[in-house]
Ligand binder design. Structure first.
Ligand SMILES: Nc1ncnc2c1ncn2[C@@H]1O[C@H](COP(=O)(O)OP(=O)(O)OP(=O)(O)O)[C@@H](O)[C@H]1O
Ligand SMILES: [Mg+2]
Length: 414
């Protein structure tokens, strides 16, 4: 374990502050602050912090660590004020949280928290977070309370996650083919499309497109604070010269190894450099699922006409509604849907939608064995199976997404 200070100053002015209800509750934080900074840090209460940060003396601070536990959940507004005051003074914010709900944490990260470290502090984690916030480069500078990139790219892409509500419902199939259709939608003025595989454990977008997996993906994901447009583009592979793909990492990694702040940065980086950002989501709900939902313009949920999908839909609906999350962004897509001549099947679809209280807006037919075969070949359906009924539906979906987007862009200009 390294105990050498990561920040050194002579004579030691106060460069950082802890902010909490009572710092004695977080004794490990005291220890780690001491080993990182020696004596050059101070402590503030929630009551005093915002006022102090607004004073000119506070400008000498490089960062603050705000420590919270579940008891502070009622006090989030005050914490938000402190974050806003820190941001206004260009002071970095590290959030330390024990048993804080993901919703609360996410809110604080969106409001400008630069890093999050769980409490009890894992060994060396605070030192690493400090190093990261102090080396964040200007392209990832926060502004106006929201972590935002300086627009290195000139785009404002549409973010479209695809999430299978049960395993094997065809989420990856749709994400890959939708991304490819979008990349080919207008040969005269082809939109730039990026496909991001966030299924870090079992992601197969690379398999569907026969792309290798790269070590640089993990490097980029685990240090998103240092990511710039160049390192992001370098982690991408291209398929058919048209589609950019961020594959999942070579090795399986824990889904929660990547933080909501990391995901926010990756999506934002993709958004400013591409017209469409299609995201293949893991079916498990994780800490950053909400991050993706909030960044999404439209969120496709794949279901099938079966019990698992029905039950998971209800669960998801309840979870989102209880947290006041935007359930209305979700568009349900029924995969392997009965054909229109199958009257019995059609009435089952109708009953499913009614009993779940959702509308099922898109029906994808079963495309037969060639769907799997074309995936095994590593090619999108459009290549070689252009007439497949499933491919035709996906193309229709891509067209409608593109039309809606072009219309919105035209409105924005007018
Ligand atoms: N409409 C369809 N017609 C025929 N085959 C399909 C269809 N949709 C998906 N498949 C096939 O079903 C299999 C599972 O699909 P896919 O990998 O997209 O599921 P997933 O939701 O991403 O699963 P996972 O939970 O493993 O991520 C694949 O072999 C795919 O080619
Ligand atoms: Mg998948």
């Amino acid at each position: 374990m390294s105990t050498s200070p990561v920040v050194q100053h002579d004579p030691p002015p106060i460069v950082a502050c802890t902010i909490s209800r009572d710092v004695q509750i977080f004794d490990l934080l005291i220890e780690d602050m001491e080993s990182a900074l020696g004596d050059s840090w101070g402590d503030l209460s929630f009551e005093d912090a915002a006022a102090f940060l607004a004073q000119p003396e506070a400008r000498a601070l490089q960062f603050v660590t705000i420590a919270m536990d579940s008891q502070d959940e009622d006090n989030l507004d005050r914490v938000s004020e402190i974050i806003a005051a820190a941001k206004a003074a260009r002071i970095k914010v590290i959030l330390i949280a024990e048993d804080l709900s993901p919703g609360a944490l996410h809110k604080l990260l969106r409001e400008g928290g630069d890093e999050f470290v769980p409490y009890p502090l894992p060994e060396n984690e605070l030192a690493r977070a400090i190093e990261r916030v102090l080396t964040i480069d200007d392209s990832v500078q926060s502004s106006g309370g929201n972590a935002k990139f300086k627009a290195t790219g000139d785009k404002s892409g549409v973010v479209i996650p695809v999430h299978g509500l049960a395993g094997g419902t065809g989420a990856t199939m749709l994400a890959v083919n939708l991304a490819w259709e979008l990349a080919n939608i207008d040969p005269k003025d082809p939109p730039k499309v990026c496909l991001i595989d966030l299924d870090f454990q079992f992601g197969t977008a690379s398999t569907y497109l026969d792309l290798p997996r790269r070590e640089s993906v993990l490097e980029m994901l685990t240090d998103t604070a240092a990511m710039d447009a160049e390192s992001f583009m370098q982690a991408l592979l291209t398929y058919g010269d048209k589609l950019h793909v961020l594959t999942s990492p070579t090795d399986m990694i824990p889904l929660d190894m990547i933080s909501p702040a990391d995901i926010t940065r990756v999506i934002e980086m993709a958004r400013v450099n591409f017209d469409y950002v299609v995201i293949d989501m893991p079916s498990t709900m994780v800490e950053w699922s909400q991050t993706v939902l909030e960044a999404a313009h439209v969120y496709f949920a794949m279901i099938e006409l079966e019990m698992r999908s029905a039950q998971n839909t209800l669960r998801l609906k309840r979870a989102l509604q209880s947290e006041d999350l935007p359930f209305e962004k979700i568009r349900f897509i029924l995969n392997r849907a009965p054909g229109f001549t199958d009257l019995n099947g059609k009435s089952r679809v109708k009953r499913l939608a009614e009993s779940l209280g959702i509308s099922i807006e898109v029906l994808m037919p079963d495309g037969g064995k060639v769907v799997m075969q074309s995936a095994d070949h590593g090619t999108p359906l459009a290549e070689g199976n252009a007439k497949n009924p499933l491919r035709k539906e996906i193309m229709k979906l891509a067209k409608s997404v593109h039309e809606v987007n072009m219309a919105a862009a035209a409105d924005a200009k007018a």
